[in-house]
Design a protein around this ligand. Structure first.
Ligand SMILES: [Zn+2]
Length: 195
């Protein structure tokens, strides 16, 4: 049986009239109940009605989209990113797959041998979607507008400051630790998408 919260388009079979009567956003035809609008299903077991409330379709990731995510793991070959925000759909929860990976070859336009020299766990990155697979999204941070937009010192957790934008050199204002990242042009400007 269809569940409360399922997203449906118009004309989707919801139940038989023996099970449920059509409520708002639903209609009956030949003993079957169908959705009459796009939206979220509400199954009311008490009144035995099934309704559909209009809602926008959930955002879907596609090639060329820009996302904000957090680095969860880094190996020399790749950085794994949990995808948090999709450009144009801020504040909306994304359907799976929400796990992205930046392969070392898509880190930067210049050659990078080891992704652990460009990312660390906890970095907030802006990346572009290269490909959406069933379980994994391939991401790229090639380009000046893409890369790390916020990070903290791995020793004392103070937000790191830029020493050299071109080389990605960062320095901790408290403990003076030096670290390197693949920086976005607007690192630590507090903007999600740049100009
Ligand atoms: Zn520090």
């Amino acid at each position: 049986m269809i569940k409360t919260g399922t997203f449906v388009v118009p004309g989707v079979f919801l139940s038989t009239v023996e099970e449920f009567m059509p409520g708002e956003g639903a209609y009956e035809e030949n003993g079957k109940v169908y959705s009459s609008c796009a939206g979220l299903v509400l199954v009311d077991l008490r009144t035995r009605r099934i309704s559909v409330f209009p809602a926008a379709a959930p955002p879907i990731l596609k090639r060329g989209d820009t996302i904000i995510g957090e680095v969860e793991e880094v190996t020399p070959q790749r950085a794994d990113v949990s995808i948090e925000i999709l450009h144009g759909h801020e504040g909306r929860e994304l359907p799976p797959p929400r796990v992205g990976t930046i392969h070392v070859s898509h880190t930067s336009k210049s050659y990078v041998r080891d992704a652990t020299k460009k990312f660390r766990v906890g970095d907030v990155v802006r990346a572009r979607v290269l490909n959406v697979g069933r379980e994994l999204v391939q991401l790229s941070t090639e380009g000046e507008d893409l890369g790390v937009i916020f990070t903290k010192c791995s020793r004392c957790s103070t937000p790191l400051e830029v020493e050299n934008q071109r080389t990605g050199k960062l320095k901790c204002p408290i403990c003076e630790k030096v670290e390197f990242r693949k920086l976005a042009r607007d690192y630590r400007k507090g903007v999600l998408w740049g100009e």
